[in-house]
Design a protein around this ligand. Sequence first.
Ligand code: IPE
Ligand code: IPE
Ligand code: MG
Length: 243
Amino acid sequence: MSEIDTTRIPRHVAIILDGNGRWANARGLPRTAGHAQGEPVLFDVIEAALDLGIEWLTAYVFSTENWSRSPEEVAFLMEFNRDLLRRRRDDMNEWGIRIRFIGDRDDPRVPDALRTEIAEAEALTVANTRMNLVFAFNYGSRGEIATAAQELAARVAAGELLADDVDVDAVSRHLYASDMPDPDLLIRTSGERRLSNFLMWQSAYSELVFTDVLWPDFSRDVFADCIVEYQNRIRRFGGAEEA
Ligand code: IPE
Ligand code: IPE
Ligand code: MG
């Protein structure tokens, strides 16, 4: 494992945790076994992030496109997320984590019991400041941006806002978590090299790190390698380096 520079820790790390189904298939197990196997991995990474002083950690756990999976897998994931929150929220609270959700939780396809669990976890941890743990659940970037556009259009129509004031900052303020800083580092596991509708607005200048490791095989050590890779990048933000 290479050395992390503790003076240059990314403020916000976002992760597309992918490869659960393939991990399970390779072992002759149902896809859902891969999701279950991914839970301790997520908490290992959360603890590593706390140790490193990462302020924001976002995990993509269910996309607006994931409804197209089998009803059994979708039902498993809904129950799994609810159960995970219930079992883990007190630990996360004690660790000083503020739990947040981005995405369309009001979608009627989201079970009421999960919606309630989400609200309770958020309320329980609302005053915590050590780290923001954001679950992107029933999340899709295009829907998020379209909703922001709708809200802004409604405000213009109501005479509260001028069309000229619909600028980059105004759109950012209408996203799910307006106080969330853009990810510095975006990690995707499992060898896929795409965003799959994740934080497309927010990742305009994120460093993208792809690893072939499937999510259930991910670990705090692979996470550390991803951070080292991030630290070896030169971020220009459109500027130029001194000669
Ligand atoms: C990621 O693993 C978890 C979710 C999308 C919920 P997948 O379930 O996408 O696993 P693969 O990509 O099929 O292996
Ligand atoms: C993205 O992974 C969504 C989550 C990790 C929750 P997918 O497995 O759904 O993405 P695609 O279908 O391979 O693009
Ligand atoms: Mg996948």
